[in-house]
Design a protein around this ligand. Structure first.
Ligand code: CTP
Ligand code: MG
Length: 389
């Protein structure tokens, strides 16, 4: 057995991102090819080895795990995912509950501070090792600050007395656990909660890249810093194929349509090879992995699902990464069913599921050759174009 790390990092990513207003939870919004959460985790996994607990929005735990496993590389055993709560403090508490027994130092980090460099984590851990009960990274305040009452300036505030707090905020585990157990009100951050419990909190230098992505302007800043604005300027293509054998239960579902009287295909979901080829092509075009990454056995909610569930979800994944569907062309190779009479209907069903993007469906037989020629199964081949939003 590998030794259990003495450091645990709780990454809170369960917020809704109201102020960013991207139409979905902030952690899954794309900065460039990768989401805010993925960038935050890249920093976390480049820091000294630690148990990493990701606190995800309810219903997005599987997606958080997918992101974490890619970022973790050979540290995948150190990843846990838990569900967040209505406030940040609830989410931190949920994360603390998942820490392993041997963890002695806890760092709490906002996923929204996606570009925080690993050196900040090392600095915080170092200050705890040097004896502090709690430590936070801070930056000097640049603006001149005034105390106001309504629209009247009451006093100038000496900037030297002020600092802007960042994360990761580090604590001895027993101090943080006890402070959370004793907390009866909501605090703005973990340092305030620990200070209210009577502990001293030290400061170490933060980093300008540790800014929090809160508004659309912050997201733009992150995109510019990563040089993403030029990288996303071009549309991209992807290909996808899928094959399913006849032999499933119930009626056939193919190209988003039900085909009464036709033999069903077998598969984890409804065996709709046309829809699955399109999903693979779209994910490939956007650089988001493949169908197994997002809809595999980790996601039991897709067992038995039809094309619309797969395709709608794929458009959300694309949008969160800064892409929309340009168009899709898909070809089916099958003896049965006969597509000619329902081709336009299939195109409409698939297009509706993709938010109205153009879909072309063509079908062919293979002159009696191969498994499709023997009517053993169906294969589909898709090409997709995605366009930066
Ligand atoms: N957070 C959380 N659970 C909550 C609220 C916030 O895990 N119930 C996390 C966010 O995901 C974020 C961090 O706490 O990483 C800082 O919160 P904030 O920047 O306020 O993010 P949101 O709450 O998502 O944004 P908003 O307040 O604009 O809705
Ligand atoms: Mg918030």
């Amino acid at each position: 057995m590998l030794p259990v790390p003495r450091v645990g990092i709780v990454v809170v990513a369960a917020g809704s991102g109201t102020r960013l207003g991207a139409g979905g939870p902030k952690a899954f919004v794309g900065i460039d090819r990768h989401s805010i959460l993925r960038h935050a985790l890249d920093g976390v996994f480049a820091a000294p080895e630690a148990q990493v607990v990701i606190v995800a929005p309810e219903g997005r735990e599987g997606d958080a795990r997918t992101e974490a496993l890619v970022a973790a590389g050979d540290r995948a055993d150190l990843v846990s995912v838990v569900t967040g709560g209505p406030t940040r403090q609830d989410s931190v508490a949920a994360g603390l509950g998942a820490l392993w027994g041997d963890v002695e130092i806890v760092l709490v980090h906002d996923a929204a501070r996606a570009l925080t460099p690993p050196e900040v984590f090392s600095r915080v851990i170092g200050a705890i090792d040097a004896g502090a009960d709690g430590v936070i990274p801070v930056l000097p305040v640049i603006d001149t600050i005034k105390r106001v009452a309504g629209d009247e300036i009451v006093a100038a505030v000496d900037r030297a007395e002020l600092a802007a707090a960042q994360t990761p905020q580090g604590f001895r585990r027993r101090v943080l656990d006890a402070a959370y157990a004793a907390a009866t009100e909501d605090f703005t951050d973990d340092a305030a909660l620990v200070a209210a419990a009577g502990h001293t909190v030290a400061a170490v230098p933060g980093h300008p890249l540790g800014f929090k992505i809160t508004t659309a302007a912050d997201l733009d800043r992150a995109r510019h810093l990563l040089g993403a604005s030029s990288a996303v300027a071009l549309p991209r293509v992807g290909v996808g194929t899928d094959v399913h054998a006849f032999g499933g239960g119930g009626t056939l579902w193919l190209a988003g349509l039900e085909w009464p009287g036709e033999q069903a295909l077998s598969g984890h979901s409804d065996g709709d090879a046309v829809a699955h080829a399109i999903v693979d092509a779209l994910l490939a075009a956007a650089g988001l992995g493949d169908i197994g990454t997002h809809f595999g056995t980790d996601h039991p909610e897709y067992a038995g699902a039809h094309a619309d569930a797969f395709l709608t979800r794929t458009t959300v994944l694309l949008r969160e990464s800064g892409w929309r569907v340009g168009n899709v062309s898909v070809q089916v190779q099958a003896n049965r069913p006969r597509f000619a009479a329902r081709r336009v209907e299939a195109e409409r069903a698939l297009s509706d599921a993709l938010g109205g993007a153009a879909v072309s469906v063509s079908a062919t037989t293979t002159d009696g050759l191969g498994f499709t020629g023997r009517t053993e199964g169906v294969s589909a081949f898709a090409v997709a174009l995605v366009v930066p939003v």
